[in-house]
Write a protein that binds this ligand. Structure first.
Ligand SMILES: Cc1cc2nc3c(=O)[nH]c(=O)nc-3n(C[C@H](O)[C@H](O)[C@H](O)COP(=O)(O)OP(=O)(O)OC[C@H]3O[C@@H](n4cnc5c(N)ncnc54)[C@H](O)[C@@H]3O)c2cc1C
Length: 468
């Protein structure tokens, strides 16, 4: 096999595999090293894709149980077959990981199977599952080794009773009671899944709001919706420890404000308190600079502190840990290495929580804008006043657009809606083109669609919504 490459990518997640494809398109002789059995990284194997499969199935089940009858779609008995649901999830994952394999072949990318480590002079050693080592030389190396879950001090994840997101995507039985530590997007998506399947779910969050960093207004509305769906919350609470007793977990936590202590006994505990960069020993041995959070430091060209070694995705100190951010960095870094002007706009990265309704945001929050001392206007439009949402019995949520008071340029948007994740793309494009709220307000939106609420929110920025 060929041992010399123009570019070797380590890791085949959305950052790594997209980087490999773009690099091959640009004419580089490219290889991608992956230690997992299948390509696609966290996202395809144990992240975005399996979680969305379970979110979709659990939502259908929930609707069939709670909503079909009211609509006149009468079903005698709705049964839940968890092993079939999990098989369907596995099938989706397999189709997509095979899809990446196909794209590698199509683009003549060499798939190096095993664990990659970088030694001096741009040599990548790949150790396969039998322990056999092979060396490959590369003019350029891109590290895209992603991230791994973190835990709490004193709480050991065993993936049986105390699980990470990986364990919570593969329960063999529906837990009667599930405690979720962490009210971020991973914790809330998986809370929704298991709550819809019938678990009693209790979320414990250290801060006084869910989804820290989100527009407070939006986070408060989202919390109300989730509570109405039956999920319990203890905010502003710190988990002290989790003990296992007779196959049950006992979670002890304490309220940050009044120091009140509480315990909950449950079948499973999901620890969803964040993820950390996946830094191999080779990166430390090479002396690649890391930031205070142990993420690889890169400059605007994604160069690490060592020449011809680049890094992208969850492992770097830039932007949110999201698949589409990693993908764009994969494209940008290949183009930069090819001497082109690869670029990622960190100000316009949409972010979506795939609950029901979905929550999607792009740009700055109202709190950030206030902090930056920018004068702003807000336009809000509720889905209660949107005809399509009413027809679909789908009226929770709103669109909120924040624009600069003087220039009217859109600074940030939040949407709570069943279709928020799809709708936010329009706003991302608008922001990329530097649109004003007036530009959006004067763009014709098809009727009847949820997107009309975007136009109405833009009209509301200038206090002239039509339907509210
Ligand atoms: C439950 C869950 C749900 C998520 N949902 C979403 C979502 O809906 N939308 C979204 O945008 N993001 C989501 N994410 C986040 C998303 O998965 C990550 O941001 C994304 O996968 C990061 O891509 P990456 O390429 O940087 O790394 P990863 O996807 O983590 O890929 C890194 C790859 O590198 C491999 N690797 C590591 N070290 C080596 C080595 N030394 N040699 C060879 N291979 C190596 C790993 O095996 C892995 O396959 C979710 C994450 C989780 C956990």
């Amino acid at each position: 096999m060929e041992n010399n490459f123009d570019l070797i990518v380590i890791g085949s997640g959305p950052g790594g595999y997209v980087c490999a494809i773009r690099s091959a398109q640009l004419g580089f002789k490219t290889a991608c090293v992956e230690s997992r059995e299948t390509l696609g990284g966290t996202c395809l194997n144990i992240g975005c894709i399996p979680s969305k499969s379970l979110l979709n199935t659990s939502e259908i089940y929930h609707k069939a149980q709670k909503e079909f009858n009211n609509l006149g779609v009468e079903a005698e008995k709705i049964n839940l077959n968890l092993s079939k649901i999990m098989n369907n999830k596995k099938k989706s994952v397999l189709t997509l990981t095979k899809g990446v394999e196909f794209l590698f072949k199509k683009n003549k990318i060499v798939h190096l199977k095993g664990k990659g480590s970088i030694s001096k002079n741009n040599v990548v050693t790949v150790t396969d599952s039998m322990g056999k080592k092979n060396n490959y030389k590369a003019k350029n190396i891109v590290i895209s080794t992603g991230s791994i879950p973190t835990s709490l001090k004193g709480t050991k994840i065993d993936e049986k009773i105390i699980v990470s997101s990986t364990g919570a995507l593969s329960f063999e039985k529906i837990p009667d009671e599930l405690v979720v530590i962490g009210g971020g997007y991973i914790g809330l998506e998986l809370s929704s899944v298991w709550s819809r399947f019938g678990s009693k779910v209790h979320v414990i969050e250290f801060l006084d709001q869910i989804i820290p960093g989100m527009d407070k207004d939006v986070s408060e509305e989202f919390l109300k919706i989730l509570k109405k769906q039956g999920i319990n919350f203890s905010l502003d609470s710190k988990v002290k420890d989790v003990k296992i007793l007779n196959n049950k977990a006992i979670v002890s936590f304490i309220n940050n404000k009044n120091s009140k202590k509480e315990t909950i006994k449950c079948d499973k505990v999901l620890v969803a308190v964040g993820r950390k960069a996946n830094i191999g020993q080779d990166i430390i041995d090479l002396g690649i600079s890391l930031d205070k959070n142990n993420k690889i430091k890169v400059n605007e060209k994604f160069e690490t502190s060592i020449k011809n070694i680049y890094a992208i995705g969850d492992v770097i100190n830039k932007g949110p840990m999201l698949a589409h951010k990693a993908e764009d960095e994969g494209i940008a870094v290949s183009e930069i290495i090819a001497g082109q002007a690869g670029h990622v706009n960190y100000n316009v990265i949409p972010s979506v929580i795939y609950t029901s309704p979905e929550v999607a945001t792009v740009g700055k929050t109202e709190e950030q804008i206030k902090k930056d001392n920018i004068k702003y206007k807000v336009g809000k439009f509720p889905f209660l006043a949107n005809s399509r949402a009413r027809v679909n019995n789908d009226t929770s949520g709103f669109v909120k657009i924040i624009a600069d008071e003087k220039t009217d340029k859109v600074l940030g948007v939040s949407i709570i809606s069943s279709l928020a994740g799809t709708m936010i793309a329009e706003l991302a494009i608008a922001m990329e083109f530097g649109a004003s709220s007036e530009d959006i307000a004067r763009t014709i939106h098809a009727h009847p669609t949820h997107s009309e609420a975007v136009k109405e929110a833009a009209l509301a920025v200038d206090k002239r919504p039509i339907h509210f």
